[in-house]
Design a protein around this ligand. Sequence first.
Ligand code: FAD
Length: 453
Amino acid sequence: MPVAVVVFTRDLRVSDHPALAAAASDADRVLPLFVLDDALLAGRANRANRTGFLLESLADLDRSLRSLGSGLVVRRGEWTTTVTRVAQEVGAKAIHLSRDTTPYAQRRGARLRTAAAAAGLAVLEHDGSTIVAPGALAPAGGDHYRVFTPYFRSWLAAPRRTIAEAPQRIRLPEGITPGPLPELADLVSGARSPSVVPGGATAARRRLDAWIADGVTAYGDRHDDLPGDATSRLSPYLHFGCVSPVEVLDAAGTQAGAEPFVRQLCWRDFFAQILAARPDAAWSDYRPHGVPWRDDPHAFEAWQQGRTGYPVVDAAMRQLALEGFVHNRARMIVASFLTKDLHLDWRTGAHHFLDWLVDGDIASNNLNWQWVAGTGTDTNPHRIFNPTVQGKRFDPDGEYVRRYVPELAALRGAATHDPDTAVRRAYGYPDPIVDHHAAITEYRAALGARLDA
Ligand code: FAD
């Protein structure tokens, strides 16, 4: 009687899960397994916001699997040896998992294939984390797309895989009973942000349904409205695979005016295919611009804590600490501020984001950071975000700032983004830590010198 193991990683759902569907159709008994990876738990990836979301998502997955007759088996240890050992213990012939393209997942997958081969086990990898698999599309003469627009054109025309039906029933191997999940405090020190979204496929489904019913149609007009918060907020669910990106695309595709939203889903795949082809781009410049970064711990701390004296920057950084989430427009503003006003290395900002973001994702985070910093896929190295102008344009009444910066709660309108010195003194709000125009002149001079060289 064939037995298979399905190892869940960041694909925490039963619906449209090609690896689970394949295991259930190939084997009579299936062991759904999640291994808490000691290497990840010991490292910087283990942060309260994301690990808390992960545990909630695992609990939700366990409930879904129990309703199908099984449950989730959770183990902890060195990932490769634990997966292989569990597969051997239950007499499995095959291990199924979703393909992942981060550098760590690729190394871990290679180690699993070696260990499994030595144990006589097959490892079968399935698509499921993206809409179009990394590597499926390539321009003539290249191994990946470096520019978004041609990728988007080819992505729109690419064949889509069909949705994988959830199995009707899953039978565990004899003698296996799913155990309890660990508590967050057993895994990570430090508290979660006070206003994080709940994890899990059930919450993802609720969010997606609400978004399709009321949100996606207006996205084109409203996605940059900072106080309106009119984006889907699906990113943490997509990152942990609580919802399938193909199901999101299918749901959105039925709605009028969904094109701008679909385009954003494509950005996610675009960055995934870059990272798959260029794993070094996780932490090295994709396209070096040659401008040296400064080292200024004082300025970095002011940025982290939302005390730069630029209201929209400070609001965004405080939103990050409070919610483990930041609006996309605000992410661009604070990333530009760190790299082009403070001249600090994009890697320091990317690390800080990954420490707090629930949706923290190496491909989307680090390659967006590079896009803003001018070392990535943006072909315009001169792109600058003026924080005051951006604030007045995308938060004209100052509501976004007031929500997160209580010192400025009495201000209204454009003045919220440009408080004068007397107002700053009166409300205990700091002076700007840098003069934007002087900083940008310096940045442009450094860049110009490099471009002339
Ligand atoms: P929506 O606007 O509703 O978009 C729908 C989905 O499309 C998102 O959930 C996301 O999966 C995808 N998407 C949208 N914009 C982008 C984009 N620019 N790049 C890639 N995918 C996109 N996104 C992450 O998922 N994880 C990160 O760690 C991350 N870090 C970022 C860091 C910086 C400096 C910047 C500028 C952007 C970053 N983004 C990241 C992209 C984007 O900001 C978020 O995906 C978006 O704000 C999430 O909100 P939403 O789900 O409401 O997005």
